[in-house]
Design a protein around this ligand. Structure first.
Ligand code: P6P
Length: 336
């Protein structure tokens, strides 16, 4: 084993990015390091989840109308707290909070960024030890620096994102984030408590053999979606198949796998939920940004996810995301 391999930590990587951009103020690097700190703290509790009384419902119901798990609350507090006490974020919006939170102290109002996140996505999987994740999105505020942020700062289309990323708390814990310069993955090295660059310059293969969708909703999907799913089931060696169906029920894990290996993830609208289940601002936009920087595509079935103009913080959207060529084939069916 090459023990002298020079491993770059997240801090070293973000500082190097700063050196490459002399005009940068270092604020975005600072914000990303804050997120890395909060994620390390959440990781400790996720790893213990089966051991201490942190499981089970916190007894409250969140804005989504779902029972809140204690780990959800803990994760939300960690990301909110670290960003509030850092000096690189002027406010946040979270899946766990009804409304956005403005950081109105003298330092924070001078920050040019706002952050939105789903602190612990897939929380229904916590009790059965299926991997879960955090998803985050960073925008430059549109209101005047030095003033308290308003809802306008959060209702920006995804094409305005400055950075986006996720943490997957799994067999190993990874933090992946994208800026317009590229997508890079960091694996937590518990021996030194640092995020270490393990997946530089991630590119999504143009095609793959994995399709991810909840087949339980099959007969609730529209005809064109059902047609495409049938196509996936009938792929042969001669036309890029056979495909395999992989669906964990944890978006971060499903999309992460398809980003690395190639594939397509779908959460279409259904007859019961025409807008689907996933949230635009802090689930679909971040992944759409990451996927596009990595060479893939993401739509709501009609238009590019990143071009959707949000009207409310917790709005839902159908999502189709993944390898470029698989998405282009899907689009021929959705246009049908
Ligand atoms: P379904 C988890 O609750 C989540 O929000 C995503 O992580 C996941 O992709 C989706 O819901 C799974 O939803 O309806 O297929 O169980």
């Amino acid at each position: 084993m090459n023990v002298n391999r020079k491993v770059q930590t997240l801090d070293e990587f973000t500082i190097q990015q700063l050196r490459d951009f002399p005009n940068a103020t270092g604020e975005l690097s600072h914000l990303l390091r804050n997120i890395g700190l909060a994620a390390k703290r959440v990781n400790v509790e996720v790893l213990k989840a089966g051991l201490v009384d942190i499981l089970g419902d916190a007894g409250t119901i969140n804005v989504q109308g779902e029972e809140v798990k204690k780990l959800d609350v803990y994760a939300n507090d960690q990301f909110t707290g670290v960003l509030r006490h850092g000096i690189a974020c002027a406010g946040i919006a979270s899946e766990e909070l009804d409304d956005f939170v403005a950081f109105d102290d003298a330092k924070s109002v001078k920050s040019k960024y706002v952050c939105m996140f789903d602190p612990l996505d897939g929380s229904s999987n916590i009790d059965v030890n299926v991997s879960i994740g955090t998803i985050f999105s960073v925008y430059r505020r549109v209101t005047e620096i030095g003033t308290v942020v308003t809802k306008e700062d959060f209702l920006q289309p995804g094409n305005q994102q400055v950075a986006a990323g996720y943490v997957v708390y799994g067999s190993s814990t990874m933090l992946v984030y994208a800026t317009r310069r590229g997508v890079n993955g960091f694996t937590l090295d518990p021996s030194i408590g640092e995020w270490t660059l393990s997946h530089p310059e991630i590119k999504c293969p143009e095609k793959g053999k994995i399709y991810s969708v909840n087949h339980g909703n099959f007969f609730q999907y529209n005809e064109n979606v059902r047609k495409y799913i049938n196509i996936c089931q009938n792929k042969t060696k001669g036309d890029g198949g056979p495909y395999t169906q992989r669906y964990i029920g944890s978006m971060v894990s499903d999309v992460h796998r398809n980003l690395i290996k190639g594939g397509i993830f779908m959460y279409p609208g259904t007859t019961d939920k025409p807008k689907g289940k996933l949230r635009l601002l802090y689930e679909c936009n971040p992944f759409a940004f990451i996927m596009e920087v990595a060479g893939g595509k993401a739509t709501n079935g009609r238009e590019r996810i990143l071009d959707v103009q949000p009207t409310e913080l917790h709005q839902r959207t159908p999502l189709f995301i993944g390898s470029k060529l698989m998405m282009e084939e899907l689009e021929t069916y959705l246009a049908g």
